[in-house]
Write a protein that binds this ligand. Structure first.
Ligand SMILES: Nc1ncnc2c1ncn2[C@@H]1O[C@H](COP(=O)(O)OP(=O)(O)OP(=O)(O)O)[C@@H](O)[C@H]1O
Ligand SMILES: [Mg+2]
Length: 259
């Protein structure tokens, strides 16, 4: 992730955050349009995410939950004002879009597949976030609002809106609360320190849910970020094909068009 030095208007931030920003160099580290992420060069370093009101509450809660399991950074503070603000400690290392990792695609594929399987073996009995329920609700709401984007994979591009919705509704009962999900299992959200796992970030869609949601995005991100689909099979091999149901992956793909 490239960081660009920026100047921010300190008065745009709540008082408790201003303490961290004032007299510190600040860099932009945003990946998406939905949220602004800045790196604050102070102490060991902090990341501040700001996004529309209410949108970071789940991320704050889940980051704390993953932190207790040794899987995420420490949350310094979350506050909902006119916008939401989430301040976290900098994680060691770089996210998986760092060139050194992209330059060794086999190792990157094996590492992300292994980490995902390990995550899916973690005990989630005290998590309390039902992601299957909210995932299905998102599909239904997006359908009603006519939000539909099938530009994900070669397979989803063949799906019309009505067909994708039919597949989703006929099969939604098959999704299981079976693992602790990352929820947005893409390369920029996996932090490694010289290939060693450091932390997961961007956990707002995490919780207890169906492993195929993470498997879909884990395979998608390798193709998207490496520009080739040749690591797809290897990704499922390393994860363990005994746990991969390819029919369910197609159902999740249809549902993700309403994501
Ligand atoms: N605590 C952290 N430690 C180290 N790097 C971080 C940390 N938080 C964020 N980053 C860096 O900033 C990037 C963007 O952060 P993040 O993934 O939270 O937001 P996003 O992807 O822009 O937003 P969205 O939630 O809309 O997907 C990450 O890919 C990572 O490189
Ligand atoms: Mg991200």
């Amino acid at each position: 992730m490239k960081r660009t030095a920026v100047s921010v208007k300190i008065e745009d931030y709540p008082i408790w955050v201003q303490e961290f920003i004032k007299d510190s160099k600040v860099y932009d580290s945003s990946c998406s349009k939905e949220a602004r992420v800045i790196f604050i060069e102070k102490d060991e370093g902090y990341y501040l995410k700001s996004a529309p009101k209410g949108s970071l509450e789940a991320e704050g809660r889940l980051t704390e939950y993953f932190h207790k399991k040794g899987l995420a950074t420490e949350v310094i503070g979350y506050m909902s004002e006119d916008k939401d603000f989430l301040l976290t400690k900098k994680v060691h290392g770089e996210d998986c879009t760092y060139q050194k990792y992209l330059d060794d695609p086999k190792r990157l594929c094996d590492t992300t597949a292994t980490l995902l399987r390990e995550l899916h073996e973690v005990d989630f009995s005290d998590c309390g976030v039902d992601r299957v329920k909210s995932y299905i609700e998102t599909v239904e709401n997006s359908y009603r609002k006519r939000h539909f984007d099938n530009d994900l994979t070669d397979e989803t591009r063949l799906l019309e809106r009505e067909e994708a919705y039919r597949i989703a509704m006929e099969n939604k009962h098959l999704l299981k609360n079976e693992v602790l999900l990352h929820g947005d299992y893409c390369l920029p959200n996996i932090m490694l320190d010289n290939w060693k796992f450091s932390a997961f970030i961007d956990l707002g869609n995490g919780g207890v849910g169906d492993r195929h949601i993470d498997l879909f995005w884990g395979a998608w991100t390798l193709k998207f970020n490496l520009g080739t689909d040749v690591y797809r099979d290897r990704f499922f091999d390393v994860y363990g094909r005994d746990k991969v149901d390819f029919d369910k992956l197609r159902i999740v793909a249809a549902m993700e068009c309403f994501g």
